[in-house]
Design a protein around this ligand. Structure first.
Ligand SMILES: Nc1ncnc2c1ncn2[C@@H]1O[C@H](COP(=O)(O)OP(=O)(O)OP(=O)(O)O)[C@@H](O)[C@H]1O
Length: 782
């Protein structure tokens, strides 16, 4: 236990001294608005609306350090939470990095007396509580459990997707119910091949949303319209089985973990913990859901509402994960209703990231649609340009007639910059890589989806880029692990096929499993890819012997006594030896990670805990252990219910061009940002016309889900905007985020059909009334 410092014993360090030292440590002082927020008393509630690149992490870090150093709030009485693990780690590292430097600098300050310096020596800023809401909930529930209570065991996405299939959809072949399938399909963005994996994903989203929106589920199930009764009844049955399975395993998924945390906060059983919390700070508040809002309010209860929230409504992107941006926009009123006082609102609008041309472009984009202004935080100022910002290059546009030509020209643009002598603009300026530090990682291609081919198999821009850059001399690789369907990537097919052949040669056991009808063709394809590979000239030495040895599990053939049980993970790691792509290549590493995480989850659930049993006397047991691996590891991957999600990809190799979904690019910045504003947008209104991605004509899946459940959420109620309007709002937010990632060069790429007089798309300046504002942007066409 560290020493608890009581403020009464030591004379306070003046705020002016703290500010003086900040300048020494950081080089530049916080601006006036940042200072306002930093200097507010610990108990003052703050609502900070921070535009892109406006120094909000800087502000949060300095406010936290001021609370510790100037206000003498013990570090362990401060709780700071953010949306992703990466952002939480970044915040913590800044608090510690700057904190230690500020403390060291203060100790040299002659105006402080010995007792103050000794006090600084004893400060332990490490004790600050930082993390995502989930990680904090898990930690607090573990550390502050009641006598006899077992700590929560977290079910990650790998476990939940397995349970949803195994316990929810496979029994009685519920997944074959066409009405249920049709009902669930409307909440999925998968346009083609909506199968059992897609159903599992939607069901998980509904289970989560039910908790995030704090839905009165019984009332919902009892009130559905007659035509939906059968599907909703089945859905309820699947979700109950899933929930029972979690309870039997004594596990909590993320949403249930947060629900449990809120219950415990509200019933007072976490009082030992909450009593010590004096200030709560929440970053990325615009992506909070109702459940999280209630958690933050409950956490701040014992400090009578000492809550600082930071966010930007324009950057709210996670409606499909339950985010309710109105909670941020209406924070002042919602806070007032709970605490009876008004939080101070502070706007951070100076942008330290981008050239002034880019800032102007982003500002114009944010204001072209009149209706969008009504959903933004009231009186929000435009982003202002930092006095030292350069005007930089004009925003660039590359538009071509077809995706192949666009990809070819874009590949040349990137190749000229990073592998050649630079790209020459029409005005003669040259875009060149930084000769010392420059690398392709300075450039990012942001797309609404990173898929390299469409659902119908047509190649998309990221796919063309892979081909085109790969053919150039020297070739340049792209990093886009989410670009292809995992089940179709050649190395994954070969690897998975060999896993199957080792476990269950020929598929005797696989074929007897009920509920595998949908995925059997995929597994069979994997097997045949593997067999072709082992029969081909590139098959590495030793692989066939290894696979046959495993398949037979015959002590004589294997030339050693086969153990009674072997972990599936051991097979996986053994086999990987022959697949260098899966350990040397950054994309391959991610594919392998999916298998290892899924296999690890199988060790937590199931009777055999991921073990493959060998028992010549009891073939039934041996087969059952293989069935379990097929169900718990292979089926979730093959069905697509386990996928490469954004959270898994958080490192990007510097020597490749990275393709990002716009969601994934949130919080990041790139010297050269290329935004795909419509490389596959087609004229028309049909399903291939992508209207939902460019100019919505109806609600999208997340809006439909909101409309389904929110009427049964007493705190939220029915959304007050139509689904189409919310779909438009979300598109403006999406491209606001995309455009504001750029530091020096912003390049818009698309088909000529996206330009004025072509098809309507918000990306190139259409408002929802259908009026085009392209002429308000000054774009240099290349
Ligand atoms: N007052 C300031 N004067 C000069 N530079 C500043 C100031 N505040 C922040 N910066 C700089 O601006 C950049 C962005 O700051 P920071 O990383 O805190 O932004 P952010 O708002 O958290 O970004 P994002 O919008 O991506 O979350 C950093 O390089 C930081 O040093």
């Amino acid at each position: 236990m560290a020493t608890i410092v009581t403020p009464t014993l030591v004379k306070l360090i003046p705020i002016s001294t703290f500010h003086r030292v900040i300048v020494i440590v950081r080089g530049n002082p916080p601006n006036n608005y940042q200072c306002q927020a930093i200097d507010k008393a610990p108990s003052d509630p703050l609502f900070i609306v921070a535009g892109p690149g406006s120094g909000k992490t800087t502000l949060l870090t300095l406010r936290i350090l001021k609370l510790i150093i100037v206000d003498q709030i013990p570090a362990r009485a401060i709780l700071a939470t953010t949306f992703t693990k990466k952002a939480a780690a970044e915040l913590r590292s800044r608090i510690l990095g700057w904190g230690f430097k500020i403390i060291d600098e203060l100790k040299l300050d002659k105006t402080l007396d010995k007792s103050q310096r000794d006090w600084l020596d004893r400060l332990d800023i490490n004790q600050i509580l930082t993390g995502t809401t989930d990680s904090l909930a898990e930690r607090v529930l573990r550390e502050y459990r009641q006598p006899g209570q077992i700590p929560p065991l977290l079910a990650d996405g790998y476990i939940t997707s397995t349970l949803m299939l195994k316990e929810g959809l496979f029994p009685n072949q519920i997944y074959k119910d066409d009405e249920l399938k049709l009902f669930l399909r409307q909440f999925s963005s998968v346009a083609y091949k909506f199968g059992v994996g897609g159903m599992a994903q939607v069901l998980t989203a509904i289970f989560d949303r039910r908790q995030h929106d704090m839905v009165d589920w019984k009332r919902f199930v009892g009130s559905v319209i007659p035509t939906q009764q059968q599907s909703v009844g089945l859905m309820d049955q699947v979700l109950s089985s899933y929930q029972t399975a979690l309870q039997t395993l004594k596990m909590l998924d993320f949403a249930s973990l947060e629900t449990e945390f809120l219950i415990r906060l509200q019933d007072g059983t976490l009082k030992d913990f909450t009593d010590q919390i004096q200030v709560v700070l929440v970053d990325e508040y615009q992506d909070s859901n109702l459940l999280q809002e209630q958690i933050y309010f409950a956490l701040a209860q014992s400090s009578k509402g000492a809550l600082t929230v930071v966010g930007d409504d324009d950057q709210s992107l996670y409606r499909f994960r339950g985010a309710t941006v109105e909670l941020f926009r209406d924070f002042q009123n919602r806070y007032f209703r709970t605490y009876g006082k008004q939080p101070t609102r502070i706007f951070l609008s100076t942008n330290y990231r981008s050239t002034s041309n880019i800032v102007q472009f982003v500002n114009t984009f944010a204001t072209i649609d009149r209706d969008y202004q009504t959903v933004r935080v009231a009186n929000k100022p435009t982003i202002s340009i930092h006095p030292k910002a350069v005007s930089g290059l004009p925003v660039l546009g590359m538009f071509r007639n077809d995706v192949q030509t666009l990809g070819k020209d874009l590949a040349k643009f990137i190749h000229d910059i990073f592998c050649g002598s630079g790209f020459v603009l029409p005005g003669g300026e040259v875009i060149q890589r930084d000769p010392i530090k420059g690398a392709p990682g300075d450039c990012a291609l942001l797309c609404s989806s990173p898929n390299e081919s469409s659902g119908s198999g047509k190649i998309r821009l990221p796919g063309v880029m892979r081909e085109e850059l790969g053919q150039r001399t020297p070739n340049l690789e792209i990093f886009n692990p989410r670009g292809q369907s995992l089940t179709q990537i050649p190395v994954v097919c070969r690897f998975a096929g060999l896993l199957l052949e080792c476990l269950d040669p020929g598929g005797r056991i696989q074929r007897g499993i009920s509920g595998f009808n949908d995925i059997n063709p995929i597994l069979d394809n994997w097997r045949s890819e593997a067999i072709d590979f082992t029969n081909g000239p590139n098959c590495p030495k030793g692989l066939v012997d290894y696979a046959v040895g495993w398949g037979d599990r015959d002590p004589n053939q294997a030339k050693h006594v086969w153990p009674r049980q072997v972990s599936f993970l051991e097979l996986l790691y053994g086999l990987v030896h022959w697949f260098p792509e899966l350990h040397d290549d950054p994309e391959g590493q991610i594919y392998l990670e999916i298998f290892t995480r899924q296999a690890s989850s199988a060790e937590t659930i199931g009777k055999f805990k991921g073990q493959v049993v060998y028992d010549p006397q009891n073939k039934g047991i041996a087969d059952a252990s293989v069935v379990e691996v097929l169900r718990n590891v292979i089926a979730p991957i093959a069905s697509g219910s386990t996928q490469i999600n954004e959270d898994l990809v958080d490192m990007f190799p510097r020597n490749r061009l990275s393709v990002f979904s716009i969601h994934q690019s949130k919080g990041l910045e790139f010297p050269i940002t290329i935004v795909d504003v419509g490389s596959d947008f087609k004229p028309g209104q049909g399903s291939g016309s992508h209207t939902f991605k460019r100019f919505p004509t109806k609600s999208g899946p997340p809006h439909l889900l909101e409309d389904l459940l929110r009427p049964y959420s007493p705190n939220l109620g029915i959304p007050n905007r139509s689904g189409v309007d919310r779909a438009f709002d979300d598109l403006y937010r999406l491209y606001f985020v995309a455009y504001s990632r750029a530091q020096e060069v912003l390049l818009l790429v698309g088909l000529n059909s996206c330009l004025p007089n072509g098809i309507k798309t918000v990306t190139t300046g259409y408002d929802r009334q259908g009026i085009n504002h392209w002429s308000k942007f000054s774009i240099m066409q290349i």
